[in-house]
Write a new protein. Structure first.
Length: 275
């Protein structure tokens, strides 16, 4: 307490609790940066929710994720967060899709519970109107946040938060929508993607083995692996990556090793030898 108290000023202060908080420096607020980070966070959440639902580990790389852009500003925003998004979700490519391509087909469903008190007797007309909207109209609705149409000679205004915008499934893709954003994730696993995922999983197991063996972070090791020819062939292109990740000087496929484990259906044994 004395160190803190004496360090504030020579005269000291009567009470920490009676001291004013420093004023915020509003010049340090970066709205554009906040928008980028929030968008990246929301898109990351959508991709990870699909991975969780489909039991696709984050260590398993995937080919591509498609994200629609409503305008040039959206394209610029998505391009600015491309690298951070792909790194967070472990996907190889981001494809920004123009709204007029027809790849994403949207539908609007009215939230009757939310709309009921607001539109009353116009509910039937609201339902017919929003369910008849095409992609362009839905994009405009999402961009402006509201729309007005006429029913029985009266203007009726509805807001985007009182409706659910859903995207139809795309063949071969997994679609997710939330927070006003939509993505389509290509979850097809090629042999190359499977092999890279296998290598990443092996790295994870080796790191855990290093830790349980009491090795220091800087300790170099040699790795001995007992595995099938198929497993060896699957990771052969990633030996350099594995060695660099776990500080290994060598990886040898041998007849005897100590630690048995199963990786994506492959039964293997691994020994690590400190240099």
């Amino acid at each position: 307490y004395q160190d803190i108290y004496a360090g504030i000023s020579i005269a000291g202060l009567s009470s920490v609790h009676l001291t004013s908080f420093p004023e915020a420096d509003k010049s340090l607020i970066k709205p554009e940066l906040e928008k980028k980070i929030n968008t990246a966070r929301k898109l990351t959440s959508l991709v990870l929710s699909i991975r969780k639902k489909e039991n696709l580990k984050v260590r398993q790389p995937l080919a591509r994720v498609l994200v629609p852009a409503l305008n040039d500003s959206d394209v610029e925003l998505l391009e600015s967060i491309r690298e951070i998004l792909l790194a967070e979700v472990n996907v190889k490519a981001l494809e920004v899709i123009a709204p007029d391509t027809g790849v994403f087909v949207k539908k609007v469903k009215p939230n009757f519970k939310a709309l009921g008190p607001k539109v009353g007797r116009h509910m039937k007309a609201v339902k017919a109107f929003v369910e008849g909207m095409d992609n362009a109209a839905i994009d405009a609705f999402q961009a402006t946040g509201s729309l007005t149409f006429e029913d029985q000679g009266l203007p009726v205004t509805i807001f985007i938060e009182d409706c659910d915008v859903v995207t139809e499934d795309i063949p071969g893709m997994l679609v997710s929508t939330g927070d006003g954003l939509t993505i389509a994730l290509d979850a097809e696993l090629t042999d190359a993607l499977r092999n890279e995922g296998l290598a990443r999983e092996l790295v994870n197991r080796l790191q855990n083995l290093r830790k349980s063996s009491g090795l220091e972070v800087i300790d170099q090791i040699d790795i001995h692996i007992v595995a099938s020819d198929l497993f060896e062939a699957s990771i052969v292109d990633y030996v350099g990556y594995i060695k660099s990740e776990v500080l290994a000087d060598s990886i040898a496929f041998v007849d005897i090793a100590e630690n048995a484990m199963e990786i994506e259906g492959h039964e293997i044994s691994v020994s690590i030898i400190k240099k």
